[in-house]
Design a protein around this ligand. Structure first.
Ligand SMILES: Cc1cc2nc3c(=O)[nH]c(=O)nc-3n(C[C@H](O)[C@H](O)[C@H](O)COP(=O)(O)OP(=O)(O)OC[C@H]3O[C@@H](n4cnc5c(N)ncnc54)[C@H](O)[C@@H]3O)c2cc1C
Length: 435
């Protein structure tokens, strides 16, 4: 045994791998796969461990890709950048700056690796924008048979919609080519609004601006909306002052919120008044900054999360059902519900496959048992046609998921071809894809 205990960010999952390897090149990845097979061990690459599920659990050989980072090559004519698979998203502003490029859209943090994020279908918000995997135009995959397989528009193109969102089930990504866009700024407007009005106007709100999302604190009737408009890079900046950013994003969202969650766990009856106070303390904010500074924030308070992708029009009814569920059971929920939108796409296992999508995410402080809140909320999500985020908590399995994804059988056939011996399997993949 390696003796090294690995834990994911939310501290739900842990494992002591038999061996940990740190390959520094594609050829070393191939060698590690061959060595693992010779020892009868399975292989699993890890990213930043930010998935809430056991998708990255590696009881056999854990491939830690910290030595596989950075820019591999740039196609300036097409704004495409090939990144080593272990590159963290927070490095992209520095790596892409010399080329004047940026990611088209991002989720709400940048701790993930490019390979981990695309493999689980990580997304941001914006009804006209797909998740990160839709921005991937090609990958190089180290496969179970010891080869390096290029998958892009020219080579093995029939595998592209499986390989760029592959749950880590098809092989080890050694590099990923991203379709970037010219660097841009975002004008952000953040304000509290009546939840009922936001839900009644959900379709216009989700589809009108470039990027719209909102948070709803249970036990309140207020939505904290965030509306971001894309601007060219030469638009004047009006960033948050560093004290204001610290106060809102560090102190209010992390330090104070952590203390409040601890207090709420000890005395749950305090949660509804605390949530009402938190929503009153939330100021209107308006600022303009480079895209990465607006899309992403720091998340220091650990939590557990379930997120479902829904047909977009179902979002208002789902929110109303969650409100009824919490009230009827008299639960005290300190963490907000997050609501976002994304464009339909063609990726076989994308949660936005083939439909305009609304995302609803529920959270609980990591020291609290998500318990019946997650169980019953998941029943609501499923009743409204929901598909679970691959990196967030859920209880679905291959049979129930097959009914949600028209190309599920095709994905399994590719897996059978590329990994017949299940070198890249683990318990989570056995559950969601079958053994
Ligand atoms: C605080 C927080 C905020 C989040 N915000 C968002 C958000 O806004 N939007 C959203 O959609 N999700 C969000 N997530 C979820 C997160 O983006 C995904 O779970 C993502 O997979 C994490 O990336 P990672 O690098 O940590 O990958 P890991 O969790 O380490 O791994 C995920 C999967 O990718 C596989 N993998 C990693 N590297 C490779 C490789 N080289 N080749 C093949 N497979 C590989 C792993 O084996 C595993 O199966 C958030 C999570 C947290 C904890």
């Amino acid at each position: 045994m390696s003796g090294r205990v690995w834990r994911n960010w939310s501290r739900i999952e842990s494992v002591t791998p038999a061996r940990v390897a740190y390959p520094g090149s594609p050829d070393e990845v191939v060698r590690e796969i061959a060595a693992a097979r010779a020892d009868g061990l399975r292989v699993k690459p890890i990213g930043a461990g930010h998935s809430f599920t056991g998708i990255a659990i590696a009881p056999g050989v854990q491939l830690d890709l910290r030595n596989l980072q950075g820019v591999v090559r740039v196609d300036q004519a097409r704004n495409r950048v090939t990144l080593a698979a272990g590159t963290h998203l927070y490095r992209l502003p520095e790596l892409l700056a010399p080329y004047g490029l940026a990611l088209q859209n991002m989720g709400d943090i940048d701790a993930q690796t490019i390979a981990g994020a695309t493999s689980t279908g990580t997304h941001g918000t914006g009804a006209a924008f797909g998740g990160l995997a839709t921005q991937i135009t090609g990958v190089t995959l180290a496969t179970a048979d010891g080869s390096l397989l290029v998958v892009d528009e020219e080579d093995n193109a029939d595998l592209l919609d499986a390989a760029r969102l592959g749950l880590g089930a098809l092989g080890v990504l050694v590099d990923v080519t991203v379709q970037c866009v010219p660097a841009f700024k975002l004008h952000a407007v953040e304000k509290p609004e009546p939840l009922a009005a936001v839900l009644n106007a959900w379709e216009e709100r989700a589809t009108g601006p470039d990027h719209f999302e909102f948070y709803w604190f249970p036990h309140t009737t207020t939505a904290l909306t965030k509306t971001n408009t894309r601007l060219p890079m030469d638009a004047p900046s009006a960033p948050l002052g560093s004290f204001k950013r610290w106060l809102d994003d560090d102190f209010m969202s992390n330090s104070l919120f952590s203390a409040v969650c601890g207090l709420g766990k000890a005395v749950p009856g305090l949660i509804p008044p605390i949530n009402r106070l938190a929503q009153k303390l939330t100021n209107n904010r308006e600022f303009t900054d480079v895209s990465t500074s607006v899309f992403t924030t720091k998340r220091d308070v650990r939590f557990r999360e379930m997120e479902y992708a829904l047909p977009r029009e179902e979002v208002p009814d789902v929110l109303r059902a969650l409100d009824r569920l919490i009230n009827q059971n008299n639960w005290k929920i300190s963490f907000p519900v997050e609501v976002r939108a994304a464009a339909p796409d063609d990726l076989w296992l994308s949660t936005a496959h083939g439909r305009d999508t609304g995302y609803v995410a529920i959270h609980r402080y990591y020291k609290e048992d998500p318990g019946l809140y997650f169980t019953y909320a998941e029943q609501i999500f499923r009743a409204h046609g929901g598909r679970p985020h691959w990196g967030k908590m859920h209880t679905q399995h291959a049979e129930s998921l097959a009914a949600s994804y028209p190309r599920f059988a095709d994905f399994r056939a590719v897996r059978d071809k590329l990994d017949p011996q299940r070198v890249f399997a683990n318990d989570y993949l056995d559950r969601v894809l079958g053994a």
